[in-house]
Write a protein that binds this ligand. Structure first.
Ligand SMILES: Cc1ncc(COP(=O)(O)O)c(C=O)c1O
Length: 367
């Protein structure tokens, strides 16, 4: 057995430690200058007018929907192939999730199925494309459906910091883009954190009020809102991590190229696709194989960590199913669940580690 290969890892350097120490010493832990600085830098990174720091990616999606006026009786188009939190905010707001199947090549929301599902929906008001695994959804077609039907377009960018579609940053296409800084993401705040970006002044102002108890600049609570704020300590980490994200994404892309080169000759393995007009940031490197559980066991026995994203599609979780009148049938999404396997991927993975994973996969299929 060789050295263990970790699924992911997290980068902390002296600049992060120094900035966190400065915040600790400042004794200013919420609503301070560090969140403002991180927001400005993140808005610039996403090429948007505003960025609103919040406590998680889930909060960013929830607040974007709420600020866009989504509530009871509204239908919100969502993919089934995603993490639960792309959908739970829709249900929390009393709206109905309407599930859309995947594009079979990129596994992102299928634009053709979206058209059909919008036509069938009673009261479509919003759509949430998810840039799953770091591959941008087909924003040209999805935005055109959103425009045609006057839907709020909320991008779930929680896995796609820095990804581009036709040379433009994800998060900048929709009414709002929502990011997570959970520790496993392409960049983190060393804890929970999130960001909503937008070009819409009113949406930004509404989200800022909603994240802070529905309070306006005069200190009045003009609407009901909870506490969804990002802390100064977390913003300090995020601000420093943002300095590195482009370089880290480039390293993830290099790692993906090496995996693709090594695995392209293994006929049982389908490597991830990348459309020619996007820049995928490989939050996850997901292969498609006929015997996923067996391959996973082989790799685990060889001390190689893997993941499954996701074993249960969003529409099949009990908490979501209870909200649905009929059980959606998403054939392509459901076919994926026992065939996908996420291989180790992070900016510091070495060529040797990638080769070790690929050698183990080759050996598995040679038997
Ligand atoms: C696609 C997707 N949407 C939403 C979220 C929720 O983000 P968070 O964990 O920061 O609430 C995540 C991350 O976990 C995610 O991967």
């Amino acid at each position: 057995m060789g050295e263990p290969v970790a699924f992911t890892d997290i980068y902390v350097d002296e600049s992060i430690v120094d900035r966190v120490t400065d915040v600790l010493r400042s004794e200013r832990y919420v609503k301070g200058p560090m969140v403002d600085q991180f927001e400005s830098a993140f808005a610039e990174f996403c090429e948007t007018d505003h960025a609103v720091g919040v406590a998680s990616g889930t909060d960013a999606i929830y607040l974007a929907l709420k600020a866009a006026g989504i509530g009871p009786g509204d239908d919100v188009l969502v993919p089934g192939h995603t993490f639960f939190a792309s959908v739970s905010p829709v249900v929390e707001l009393g709206a109905n999730p309407v599930f859309v199947d995947i594009d079979p090549v990129t596994y992102t929301m299928g634009a053709l199925d979206l058209e059909e599902k919008v036509d069938e929906a009673d009261n479509p008001e919003a759509v949430i494309p998810v840039h799953i695994y770091g591959h941008p959804a087909e924003m040209h077609s999805i935005a055109s459906v959103a425009r045609k039907h006057d839907l709020a377009l909320i991008e779930d960018c929680c896995q796609a910091h820095g990804a581009t579609y036709q040379d433009e940053a994800v998060g900048s296409f929709g009414d709002a883009g929502c990011f997570s800084f959970y520790p496993s993401k392409n960049m983190t705040v060393a804890g929970d954190g999130g960001m909503m970006v937008t070009d819409d002044d009113d949406l930004a102002a509404e989200a800022r009020a909603l994240r802070n108890h529905g309070r306006n600049d005069d200190g009045e609570h003009v609407q009901l809102g909870l506490n969804h704020r990002l802390s100064e300590l977390h913003a300090a980490v995020g601000f420093e991590q943002l300095e590195h994200i482009d370089e880290w994404n480039e390293r993830r892309r290099d790692a993906a190229r090496r995996y693709n080169d090594r695995l392209s000759d293994v006929s049982s393995v389908k490597v991830p696709s990348e459309r020619s007009d996007v820049e995928h940031v490989y939050h996850l490197y997901v292969i498609h194989v006929p015997d996923r559980d067996e391959l996973r066991e082989t790799l685990e026995a060889d001390d190689i960590e893997t993941g499954i994203h996701y074993e249960t599609p969003a529409h099949q979780h009990p908490a979501i199913q209870r909200q649905l009148d009929t059980r959606p049938s998403l054939t392509r999404t459901e076919m994926l669940t026992d065939r996908i396997l996420s291989l180790p991927m992070h900016p510091r993975i070495t060529e040797r580690e990638i080769d070790r994973v690929c050698d183990a996969i080759e050996r598995h299929y040679e038997q």
